[in-house]
Design a protein around this ligand. Structure first.
Ligand SMILES: Nc1ncnc2c1ncn2[C@@H]1O[C@H](COP(=O)(O)OP(=O)(O)OP(=O)(O)O)[C@@H](O)[C@H]1O
Ligand SMILES: [Mg+2]
Length: 248
């Protein structure tokens, strides 16, 4: 099943543990992501992008406004929404295969055997995370998230720490995994937080630019170029997004 995600007037503030200071992160986020849509969120560092993902994941609760998934208010975490962290956050004591099958095992269902192949992990099943390169670890993190077959995949700068080549490869892997689901099965709804405007225009149906903290949605760019995309041909929209981010 595919689900839409809606944030309506979502506000969130943190209270710093050390100082007791209140940090207004989100000042009223209004955003609807259609079922099966891939939306990228870009904005200056510290503006509240991760906070948005954590609210949709149900790891945080909004101070005001509402977060809905498939029309139902989000009240906590659930296997219908899975978050991929920037650093992979694998279980170090489990092998590659055990990491990936962790979710399906908990759900009492088998692992889709095509997944390891699709992510280029065949042959690496018995290795431990510390024995893998950064790129491989992110592949495992992606495989572990996809193995749960969530309706909504939340990605927090999943390729941020990778070199350009691995980054490009994994963007392709993610795009393929998403596109493959178009025939027959419902495509996943994806929210991709990234610092890379190039990555955003390569992958997203729409790019959402968030203002500096306290964040609101500043501007939304529709990218309707056919896939796979040649980002060099999308210079104009890339520059426009870059300007929107800089000008906040
Ligand atoms: N637990 C917390 N306690 C206090 N302040 C917090 C907490 N978590 C986040 N913040 C603050 O809230 C703001 C938004 O944080 P968030 O992590 O969502 O930003 P971000 O856009 O993801 O930044 P980056 O691009 O650097 O990852 C920041 O100013 C951050 O310092
Ligand atoms: Mg962040």
């Amino acid at each position: 099943m595919s689900r839409d995600v809606t944030l309506a007037g979502v506000r969130h503030a943190f209270v710093e543990a050390g100082t007791g200071r209140r940090v207004d992160a989100l000042a009223g986020i209004d955003l609807t992501i259609a079922a099966g849509e891939l939306v990228a969120v870009v904005g200056p560092s510290g503006c509240g992008k991760t906070t948005i993902l954590h609210l949709v994941a149900g790891m945080l609760t909004a101070d005001a406004g509402e977060v809905r998934c498939g029309g139902t208010p989000v009240t906590g975490i659930g296997t219908d929404r899975v978050l991929v962290f920037q650093d992979g956050a694998l279980f170090p004591w489990l092998t590659v295969l055990e990491n990936i099958t962790f979710g399906p095992r908990a759900q009492g269902r088998p692992l889709d055997p095509a997944l390891l192949d699709a992510l280029g992990l065949t042959g690496a099943e018995a290795r431990y995370p510390k024995e893998l390169s950064g790129g491989m670890r992110q592949r495992v993190a992606l495989a572990r998230a996809l193995a749960v077959d969530p309706d909504v995949l939340l990605l927090d700068e999943p390729f941020g720490a990778l070199d350009a080549l691995s980054r490009e490869q994994l963007q392709g892997v993610l795009e393929d995994a998403w596109l493959r689901e178009g025939s027959g099965r419902a495509r996943k709804t994806m929210i991709l937080v990234t610092h890379s405007v190039e990555e955003a225009v390569r992958l997203a149906d729409r790019v959402v630019v968030v203002s500096p903290r306290p964040a609101v949605v500043r501007e939304v760019f529709v990218i309707d170029a056919p896939r796979p995309r040649d980002v060099t041909a999308l210079g104009e929209v890339r520059r426009a997004i870059g300007r929107a981010v800089r000008e906040g």
